[in-house]
Each structure stands twice: as C-alpha cells, then as structure tokens.
Design a protein around this ligand. Structure first.
Ligand SMILES: *Cc1c(COP(=O)(O)O)cnc(C)c1O
Length: 349
C-alpha cells in the first residue's frame, strides 16, 4: 500500500518523506536541523565543505575508526591527524588531543566507536578553548547519550550513517547531518544538491549526495523502533558482560559513567582472536572483526608517513578485537550459547 502510494506520487528525490524524516530524526537527536544525504562518507565531506575545511587544514581523529572517517577529510583536501585510543573505552584518548593541536587544526572528530560515547565534556572544552570545531562521527551510535544528551548533538555539525548494518539501517545507502545552526543546515542542503541555494541560485560548488526518498520513507518507519532496538542491544550486552566477566583472558569495552553505549557492536579483545574466531565458527557462531587495521596502516594512507608502532593501542586492538553477535531480537539462550562456547574455548586451552 505504502509502496504503491510512493510509486504513484513519482517523487523519488527530495520528496515529502525526506523532509518528514529529517524533522523526525532531528527531534530524535534533539537538534534543530537534520539534512539527509547519500551516505555517511558524504555527510562528513559536506560538513568539511560547509565549515570551509580543506587544503592545509588538519583534522584530529582517532587512529582506530572505520576508514571512511579519514577518507572524507582527505577528499576535502585536509589532513587527518591521528590520536591513539584508550585501551578501555576504545575511543580517542581525550587527554592526548591537546598535544596534537597546531595552528592548522580546524576540527576534532570524536568517533563514538561501537556505540560508545566519547568523553564529550573534555573534547568540547578543548574545542572552545582553542576555537576548533567539534564534529561527531555518530555513525555507530544513534540514540547513545552522554550526560543524558544525545550524541550527534554536541558538535557544530555532526553526522550519522544509515548503512544497513548500523543501529538504524536503510535498505541501501543513506546518511544524515545534524546541527543546531540554521546557516549550516541551509549550506549543507545546498552542497548535497549541486550547490543550489534556497532561492534557486547555484551559489556553491556542490555535489550530488541526496538521500533517496525511498530510503527516507523506509527509515521513517524503522526510526519508531530504534529506541526499542537499542534497549535490546543494551540488554544483550549486559548479559554478555555478566557471563564473560569471569574470563581473565578477554577484555570487554568499558563505558564511562556519563555515557549510555547503544552497543552497535559487542567487541571483545583477546590475544587468541583468530583461534577463537575459528573455534566459534565451527560451533556455528559467526563473528566479525572491526577492524583489521588501524587508519595509519592502511596502504592507501602511506602518504601520511606513519609506521607500525606509532599508535600501539589502536594496533593492538586491531590484532585482538572480535565482534560477538549482537542484534535486536537475539534471544538470551543464544547469547548464553555464545558465552558457553567462549568459556569452553578458554577453559580447554
Ligand atoms: C559506517 C561509518 C561511516 C561511513 O558511513 P557510510 O554510510 O558507509 O559512508 C563513517 N564512520 C563510521 C565510524 C562508520 O561506522
């Protein structure tokens, strides 16, 4: 029914559904404006353009994140400046950011990795002290909170991704910029649509990165369930935490008291990651690795001139991280089965 309606309207790009989803997602995030774009990568690229960050500028980010965070900055012409991660929260070390600030630093991009909010108070006060913008990469943390405030609402402009596996996933690619600034929301709307401003003039060197109307309409429906799905994820992770806490040889992600982690991924760290992955596979449990390499060791980024050893914690996490299954609707018995297998692996060997 809904689809027939969509088909009949023939409004496949920038239709009413996108506008409705934008205002609903803005309300969900507790910001004034949300701007739907093609994907998370483009969202950060458009933010760079809106803020005038480009050639000669530096953008501080964690050494351990999905490759897209760095790519957007590089495509804008700016340089990613990496900071190692905290061994417990697996997020950027807030205390280390200050030492990386130079006269060329234009922004800090905290990534709420695996759904876990960064230390936003410290990061925001650094931004204020040095007049540097904060841009949250909220791709993995839709619905997460820091001091009861939604992530994706702290920075001047922030973004998320609706890649299908994210906590709120589309049926294809989609992304969103969130901001409280009317000026930057308008600018982002122009950049995503060939630089066309509200009055119809082409005022900026824009691009084509609009969120598909079909995705927006589907996401509107799924958004209603996001809170419930996040509650599910949190309950599953609590069960994991309690079942696995007796195993000394593995570490789980820790969460700072101010934060609500929405558990996009449930990572464990172990020196025997590859062995455990194979063992679990034989038991019918599929696990993933997020991610195989830290940013500085990707071949594409050799021009950044880093070497192995530069960000030892990020490197260690990439060598030892294993993502256990977690998804809304996962049954407690399934979680227990995974935990029993993990416990058996470590007790036998
Ligand atoms: C998914 C993701 C992105 C990029 O989103 P796409 O929609 O795939 O372009 C950026 N940063 C992080 C941390 C992500 O997980």
């Amino acid at each position: 029914m809904e689809f027939e309606h969509f088909y009949d309207e023939q409004s496949y790009i920038m239709g009413a559904g996108l506008e409705q989803f934008e205002s609903e997602y803005a309300a969900f995030s507790n910001v004034k404006y949300a701007v739907g774009v093609g994907n998370g990568h483009d969202a950060l690229l458009i933010i760079m353009k809106c803020l005038g960050i480009g050639v000669g500028d530096e953008v501080i980010m964690p050494a351990h994140t999905f490759i897209a965070t760095a790519l957007s900055v590089i495509h804008a012409g700016a340089k990613p400046v990496l900071v190692d991660i905290d061994r417990n929260t697996l997020n950027i070390q807030a205390e280390e950011i200050e030492s990386k600030i130079t006269k060329n630093t234009k922004a800090i991009v905290p990534v709420h990795l695996y759904g876990n909010p960064c230390e936003m108070e410290k990061i925001m006060s650094l931004g204020n002290a040095y007049k540097i913008e904060v841009i949250e990469d909220n791709a993995q943390a839709q619905g997460a909170e820091y001091h009861n405030q939604k992530t994706g609402s702290f920075g001047i402009m922030n973004f998320t991704s609706f890649y299908p596996t994210k906590n709120l996933g589309a049926f294809g690619d989609a992304g969103m910029i969130t901001t409280n600034s009317a000026k930057f929301a308008d600018k982002a709307k122009a950049f995503r649509n060939y630089g066309k401003s509200v009055n119809g003039d082409y005022t900026l060197i824009g691009m084509n990165s609009r969120m598909d109307e079909l995705q927006a309409r589907l996401l509107r429906i799924k958004l209603k369930y996001l809170d419930k799905w996040n509650i599910d994820r949190i309950a599953i992770s609590e069960l994991y935490d309690s079942e696995l806490k007796g195993i000394e040889k593995i570490q789980v992600q820790s969460v700072i008291p101010e934060a609500k982690n929405v558990r996009h991924i449930f990572p464990i760290l172990t020196d025997r990651r590859d062995e455990l992955k194979m063992y679990l596979k034989a038991k019918g449990i599929e696990t993933l690795i997020h991610y195989e390499k830290p940013i500085h060791l990707h071949k594409a980024f050799t021009f950044l001139n880093h070497k192995k050893g530069d960000f030892p914690i990020a490197e260690k996490v990439c060598d030892s991280e294993l993502s256990l299954p977690i998804y809304p609707g996962m049954e407690a018995e399934e979680v227990i089965y995974v935990c029993d297998c993990v416990i058996r692996f470590f007790s036998k060997n």
